[in-house]
Design a protein around this ligand. Structure first.
Ligand SMILES: *Cc1c(COP(=O)(O)O)cnc(C)c1O
Length: 399
């Protein structure tokens, strides 16, 4: 059996994998097991924020793993403390809880919201509102927070205190009653199709939350840590969420989740009320700290914005592309409707380019430090692939 066959044989088939075994890489260029060079516009779904095997990041991780790999949360550990300090310095938040994934960060947010409400109002005020088309994770609680039925089937029953709304204030006002504790949103729905929430709506929503004493929780698992050209996407909106969750890009490739809370929520959880064995792991934290320090370098985020502009300028010149969405290096691309996104992504890979899908769109989440050369050569492969689909369609039209 070759590697792909063994994967299918031994690993639960929960993923529709792309037809490639990635072996190694540098920056935004991977080498697969056929020794092919592949440009990466996906960064492992927004995780490898500094690309493959970034030297400073790898050194930080290796130094730490040779020193001390785990302590348990019964002890203080230096990298997690330094990482927490840095996260608090760059946000308007007060404290952080570390865990291992986006879903787990959102679970922490849910528990903190419930406890906050319990402490202030007593039992019963525990409903949470999220938005239709959202994605918040795969655990039972975060799945029930995810406003997409396609993810729900087979897995009932769910948490009965989660409700969904369309992203407009009138709809939200109709649903909210006195038993709600929080509103949970992604500012750009990633899995839902790279849909940017309307600025005016988000600002109204913040006011509404203040009026009703609801916590505003922003899931920045995909949008956070430089992805949109600012450290946090909420900065684009000028809002101050009560809770912000992070994961994907924070660790630079190692599993980490973080739940940041503001002053009001900073004392909700006390010893013994929440926890996780691996949270704040020193090796993972050392890597994340290197990611943050890199992003804080003079012009790193300016470079992200320049690269985002380069992508968007090239895309704007392709007449067949119907629309481009997202902010910064979180890019949604609407193809002509006769092109299936997954088939397009498969074809891109054949042509040496990794792209992602989000519903019917193509989604790009390249490493934040992708080079201009990699952008240009990846986009040439993108356009080459698109032309293959277009000419096939034209031939069919002529038959
Ligand atoms: C990926 C993602 C999650 C889930 O993160 P996991 O690490 O897979 O649990 C949650 N919310 C958003 C917005 C995401 O993009």
């Amino acid at each position: 059996m070759d590697l792909k066959e063994k994967d299918k044989e031994y690993i639960i088939n929960s993923y529709a994998r792309y037809n490639s075994v990635l072996m190694r890489g540098t920056s935004a260029t991977a080498i697969d097991n056929d020794n092919r060079e592949i440009i990466d516009f996906g960064s492992g779904i927004g995780v490898n924020s500094l690309g493959f095997a970034n030297e400073n990041w790898a050194n930080a991780v290796c130094r730490q793993v040779k020193k001390l790999q785990h302590t348990s949360n019964l002890f203080y550990n230096e990298p997690s403390i330094l990482l927490a300090e840095e996260l608090i310095n760059i946000s308007h938040m007060k404290k952080v809880f570390f865990c291992n994934s986006g879903a787990e960060a959102n679970e922490a947010a849910l528990k903190i919201a419930r406890k906050f409400s319990y402490d202030k109002y007593g039992t019963g005020r525990n409903k949470i509102l999220s938005l239709n088309n959202s994605f918040h994770g795969r655990t039972i609680a975060t799945l029930s927070l995810t406003g997409q039925d396609s993810f729900h089937k087979f897995f009932y029953p769910f948490v009965d205190s989660h409700f969904y709304s369309n992203p407009d204030i009138e709809s939200i006002e109709k649903i909210i009653d006195d038993d709600f504790a929080a509103i949970f949103i992604e500012l750009i729905q990633g899995e839902g199709g790279v849909n940017v929430l309307d600025y005016e709506f988000v600002r109204q929503l913040e006011k509404f939350c203040i009026k009703k004493d609801l916590l505003l929780i922003v899931d920045e698992v995909q949008t956070g840590i430089g992805r949109t050209g600012k450290m946090f996407c909420y900065e684009h909106y000028g809002i101050n969420p009560n809770i912000v969750t992070l994961a994907k890009g924070l660790g630079g490739g190692l599993p980490i989740g973080a739940c940041l809370v503001d002053q009001r929520c900073s004392k909700v959880i006390r010893a013994g009320e929440h926890g996780t064995t691996f949270g704040g792991n020193p090796v993972v934290a050392a890597g994340a700290l290197e990611v943050l320090r890199t992003l804080l370098n003079d012009d790193f985020l300016d470079q992200v914005n320049l690269k985002a502009k380069l992508f968007r300028d090239i895309l704007a010149d392709i007449p067949e592309i119907k629309a481009v969405s997202g902010i910064g290096l979180m890019i949604g691309i609407e193809l002509p409707e006769y092109i299936n996104a997954r088939e397009f992504a498969d074809k891109c890979l054949e042509n040496g380019l990794i792209v992602l899908t989000a519903k019917s769109k193509i989604r790009l989440l390249p490493p934040l430090n992708i080079s201009e050369d990699e952008i240009n050569s990846g986009m040439r492969r993108f356009i080459f692939t698109l032309k293959e689909f277009i000419s096939k369609e034209q031939i069919q039209d002529n038959i």
